[in-house]
Design a protein. Structure first.
Length: 417
């Protein structure tokens, strides 16, 4: 990608201060309408395995660094969540076809051969339906206009279906649910990642993945800040260092993740880098699509289910058109791959499990529910008989009917004289 193309893309990618690619080209002071990670530091894909790069296809020439223009988050082994403005053709007034995009996963250094590069087989956006927002595949007849508004940046989210699952070390990230709302209350610690500019809209653009620590900013402050009337609290959330600035997303970060810690090394996705005014300017926080709350959260879950059922090839491809599947009715299945011995003297019980699809897990130990647990899991228990179980729920809301369970006994150690 030429520097000019990368500059334009950066506008549509800011994780902390970005507007849409159209708004980014509007007149204004130097640094306005940008999107990058400023005030951050180098990191690795192993730390943020859901981070992907949205790029032009290899056929256009150049390495991953040359072709990358936006970021994204792996939310399923075959589905990437990114910003709608990253894949929207302003001239055509419609989303571009999947053949124009490629996803780079599992890669810290864009110019390297690390990880994998996978073609995009379908684009899923969102429209108004009879019962509320619903996903719309390009492989289906258009039911209504997109909810994405290029002028206001509302509903700045879109899903990209991959032709094949992203291989390890890539790993999906979970979005928050209602029970986890407190994880991203105003003032909560949050993180942004991407390959966007680290200084100004014109660069420099790093080859290595960057991370930045920010804070969730309350809606009232965001609405009255210099973001002004562009802020919609139903579909947007703000983050940054307020009021001092100094850390933010910028050009090239658009579509990337805004995540919050969820304990024991876990993170939850709450935002998608959307727009802002300048990069890391004081009193000008970055604006993100609000994927941790409804109406976007449930629409994205439905979109992931739809993407799983959309046949590769898009419009005109085998099985495309109105006959495309609109959901995944199959519940996930969990398998315990590590557990204590049936009779053990060890009081710390350790479990590992896998599922046949991306899912969130709820555990139960001796009747006590431990919601949103993660493999590997360890817990110290008393001597006696114990039962552990784990149940999976996939992105479509299908709940595993019979949880994986294990019962064991912790014996009393023999006393030595």
């Amino acid at each position: 990608m030429s520097s000019k193309l990368r500059f334009a893309a950066a506008f549509s990618v800011a994780a902390t201060i970005l507007i849409t690619s159209t708004a980014a080209t509007a007149s204004g002071p130097p640094g306005a309408n940008q999107s990058r990670i400023v005030g951050g530091k180098p990191t690795t894909i192993e730390e943020w395995p859901w981070q992907v790069a949205v790029a032009h296809p290899p056929a256009e020439g150049g390495d991953g660094y040359d072709r990358q223009f936006c970021g994204g988050s792996l939310v399923d082994a075959r589905v990437v969540l990114t910003a709608a403005h990253c894949v929207f053709d302003s001239d055509a007034g419609a989303f571009s076809p999947p053949s124009e995009f490629s996803i780079i996963s599992g890669r810290t250094t864009l110019s390297s051969g690390q990880g994998a590069e996978t073609p995009v087989s379908e684009v899923v956006y969102f429209v108004s339906g009879p019962s509320g927002p619903q996903p719309q595949s390009q492989a289906q007849p258009t039911s209504s206009p997109p909810l994405y508004n290029e002028s206001s940046s509302q509903w700045d989210v879109v899903l990209l279906e991959l032709a094949t699952p992203a291989p390890a070390p890539a790993r999906p990230v979970l979005t928050t649910n209602e029970a986890e709302r407190s994880l991203w209350d105003p003032g909560a610690q949050a993180f942004v990642t991407g390959w966007g500019s680290t200084a100004t809209a014109a660069g420099p653009y790093p080859d290595d993945l960057q991370e930045g620590e920010v804070e969730i900013i309350d809606d009232g402050t965001c609405e009255t800040s210099q973001v002004g009337g562009s802020f919609d609290p139903q579909t947007m959330v703000c983050a940054g260092k307020f009021p001092q600035g100094g850390t933010d997303t910028c050009q090239g970060d658009s579509g990337g993740p805004l995540v919050v810690p969820a304990g024991t090394g876990q993170f939850r996705l709450v935002g998608v880098t959307s727009f802002g005014t300048g990069c890391a300017f004081p009193t000008q926080p970055g604006v993100y699509a609000r994927v941790g709350d409804n109406p976007i959260r449930d629409a994205v879950a439905a979109g992931v289910a739809l993407a799983r059922g959309v046949p590769a090839g898009g419009p005109g491809g085998a099985g495309g058109g109105a006959g495309a599947s609109v959901g995944d009715p199959t519940p996930p299945q969990t398998t315990l791959v590590k557990h204590p011995r049936k009779r053990s003297k060890k009081r710390t019980a350790r479990f590992k499990w896998t599922a046949d699809e991306s899912a969130r897990f709820s555990c139960k130990l001796d009747g006590r529910v431990i919601d949103l647990c993660q493999s590997p899991f360890a817990k110290r228990v008393k001597r006696g008989r114990h039962t552990f179980s784990v149940r999976a729920t996939d992105g479509a809301g299908n709940v595993e009917p019979d949880p994986a369970a294990f019962t064991w006994k912790v014996k009393k150690k023999r006393q030595r004289r």
